[in-house]
Structure formats: structure tokens, C-alpha cells
Ligand binder design. Structure first.
Ligand code: ADP
Length: 246
């Protein structure tokens, strides 16, 4: 446990008697990417909600960074621990430049007064420059976010999360609506991020999951159906029956 970034053990939650998670156990190690697949209703979103404190489990253990019990904390406290979540739709500030979006994200975790008087120093600027490189937006630095493509907006939002220096990044269907070349680039970008941070990606696009080239877990009916490489998971008869074969 102490070596894990995320440790879920026997997590269950019911909504009006319907068991959305049913003894779910997941481990993510530091600087590791885990891809999660599975049919609609499998519990993928609920799992993310449990990790970020939006939903409380009825049962089970949820540990962050080998020690912090997330079931006792609220969403803001969990975000401040270093867990960033990227929802499916990009939510960037359209009428601000790419750079200003990143700068706003950098300031976000501080309190209101500190935000007002916060001045970026050289090391902050160097860090944002590095993030621009990571999210492939250096050339668009001074452009309005509104002028970016859909894919680039997704990258900018990932950059905004990186500005808050998360240890664990949760990413929900990042390539939905992206062009083929943006999808390929997104896999590379996430692999770059996962060199130093833990990343959990929920995704339906199997060619993208293949490009991620990482450990895959298939959820169904609120627990883990299969786990391993994409080849291992997609050859599993239970996975074919409940997900891939449909
Ligand atoms: P996935 O993201 O894999 O599609 P979800 O986690 O969204 O699955 O949903 C798992 C099941 O739990 C679904 O049947 C869904 O209808 C149900 N569910 C999720 N959240 C709630 C909620 N807040 N209230 C009632 N039912 C919910």
C-alpha cells in the first residue's frame, strides 16, 4: 500500500438500491498510467467521483499516496492534495489567451486575497513554458483560447491542471471529438505526463488505448472484469461478451 499513488479496495456504493460499484479494487503506482475501459454503466464515472470526493462510498478503502484516506475529505481538500480531474468537455476561458488561462490555473488553489496580490516569478514562468511544451501549445501561447481547435482546448485544460502540479491526473474520454492526428498526439502527450505523474484515463476509443501502450483495466457492473495489457484484456471472453463484442 505504501508504494501506491491510488489504492481502492472493496469499494462499493449504491444509488437507490442499485449497486453502481460492487467491491471495486484498483491500484495505481506513482508515474504510471492506467487506462480504464468498459461498457456504459460499468461504474467508471462513479469511480472518478469517489476518488475526487464527489461521491462517498458505502464501503471500502480509498487511499491516496499510500496514506491519506480520501473518504474523510471533501472535494476541495482532495484537489489540494494533488488530484486533478479533467472532465469530458473542455472548460477553458475562451476570451483569455492560452498563457492567461495557464496563469489563472496556477493561482487557483490559493485563497482570494493571495490570488489578487500574487505575482508570477521567473520560476513560475519557466514552469508554464514547460507546460506549454508538454501540451503542444507553445506556438499558440498568445492566441485566444476561443481560436484553438477542440483538441487544443482539451490540451489547454490538461495544461491548466498541470499548473496545479497534481500527483494524480484523472482524465475522462480525452479524445472524444478530436481529429485523428490530435488523438495520436494526445496519446504521446499523456505518456509524457505519466513519466512523472500518475494518470488514469477512461476511454472508449480502442485505437487510442492501444497508442497509450499501458496497463488496461476493464470494468463491468461496478467491479474489475479483467486487467493486463490491451491484448490480454481484449482477448478475455468476458470482456468480449460484455463490451467489445457488442
Ligand atoms: P460509466 O461511467 O461506466 O458509464 P457510471 O458510473 O456513470 O458508469 O454509472 C454506473 C451506474 O450507476 C449507472 O447505472 C448509473 O445510472 C448509476 N448512477 C451513477 N450515478 C448515479 C447517481 N448519482 N444516482 C443514481 N444512479 C447513479
Amino acid at each position: 500500500k505504501t508504494d501506491t499513488m491510488l489504492y481502492l479496495d472493496g469499494v462499493s456504493v449504491s444509488f437507490d438500491g442499485f449497486r453502481a460499484l460492487n467491491g471495486l479494487s484498483i491500484i495505481v503506482y506513482p508515474a504510471e498510467m492506467l487506462a480504464i475501459i468498459g461498457p456504459n454503466g460499468a461504474g467508471k464515472t462513479t469511480m472518478m467521483d469517489i476518488i475526487t470526493g464527489k461521491t462517498r462510498p458505502d464501503d471500502g478503502e480509498v487511499l491516496f499516496d499510500g496514506r491519506t484516506d480520501l473518504t474523510q475529505l471533501d472535494e476541495a481538500a482532495i484537489a489540494n492534495l494533488g488530484i486533478g480531474r479533467k472532465f469530458q468537455k473542455p472548460t477553458v476561458f475562451e476570451n483569455q489567451t492560452v498563457w492567461d488561462n495557464l496563469e489563472l490555473a496556477l493561482k487557483k488553489p490559493r485563497n482570494v486575497l493571495a490570488t489578487l496580490f500574487y505575482a508570477m516569478d521567473a520560476s513560475d514562468r519557466a514552469r508554464l513554458d514547460e507546460i506549454l511544451e508538454t501540451v503542444r501549445l507553445t506556438a499558440r501561447k498568445n492566441d485566444l483560447a476561443a481560436d484553438l481547435s477542440h483538441g487544443q482546448k482539451q490540451w489547454l485544460e490538461i495544461g491548466m491542471l498541470l499548473a496545479q502540479d497534481p500527483k494524480l491526473l484523472l482524465v475522462d474520454e480525452p479524445v472524444a471529438g478530436m481529429t485523428d492526428s490530435e488523438t495520436v498526439e494526445t496519446a504521446k502527450l499523456l505518456k509524457d505526463i505519466a513519466r512523472t505523474r500518475s494518470v488514469v484515463v477512461v476511454e472508449h476509443d480502442m485505437s487510442f488505448v492501444r497508442d497509450l501502450d499501458t496497463r488496461v483495466m476493464c470494468l463491468a457492473e461496478g467491479s474489475v472484469l479483467a486487467e493486463g495489457s490491451l491484448d490480454q484484456v481484449s482477448a478475455n471472453p468476458k470482456v468480449i461478451e460484455s463490451y467489445l463484442g457488442r
